[in-house]
Design a binder for this molecule. Sequence first.
Ligand SMILES: [Zn+2]
Length: 259
Amino acid sequence: MPYCCVCDQTVSAWLPYPHAQSRSPLMQVLDTVGSDPDVFMCPVCGCHDRDRHLWLYMRASGVKSQLKGASILHMAPEPHLEVLIEATQPARYIRGDLHPQRPHLQRVDLEDLPFEDNSLDLIICNHILEHVHHPEVALSEIHRVLRPGGIVIAQTPYAPGLKHTLEMKTVPDSQTAHLLYGQADHVRLFGDDIRDYFHAAGLQGDLLDHQALLPGVTKAEFGCNEREPFFVFWKAQQAVATDETGMSHDTAASQVETA
Ligand SMILES: [Zn+2]
């Protein structure tokens, strides 16, 4: 019986993505990894496969157990995940967006983060880097504001069979962007070199396979794409930093490192 980890209920069946037939033929040829259109939405709470997969990853990696008392920046926050993260009682939970559409969102430009150096424990920016014009700037900013041992989670669609990221010199029209990058407002299609962008910014980590962290968690039962890895990177630990709450900031990073 399918089970939704977001609303904690068994469900009859996952609802498919309604516009799956409009997928770019190039994305089909390249067999890109992202959402799974077959298991898109929960019929009870309406959460998406991306929400469920991320929450499963955060639980299995130990990141979720580090949220209480943490300082978190959540870019373009997914409403279902917001509720779950809020419930963990973070000390500071900033919900940011370049173009805020909801009253509680703060305007935050990932390429120019309005936060002090070494001030955040966790940054969640899912499905954002493919929209950002200068990802090297954004990742450098992320590295700057993370505390040593701080973590960034950055799920992103990508083509693992593509050796190099595909990006035109100028931003193409929306039709071309949909063909080349899979969506009208994407500005590139990341390839297997996506991890290099993180490492160039000084971050450590890698794409962790679903099977490594979530063995036995199937698409049919949990409604998530087993091909989608966990994009988890962290700022190097210079010294074991323990803040006034006694929280060690390298714990979650070392847990995912050894997962
Ligand atoms: Zn649900």
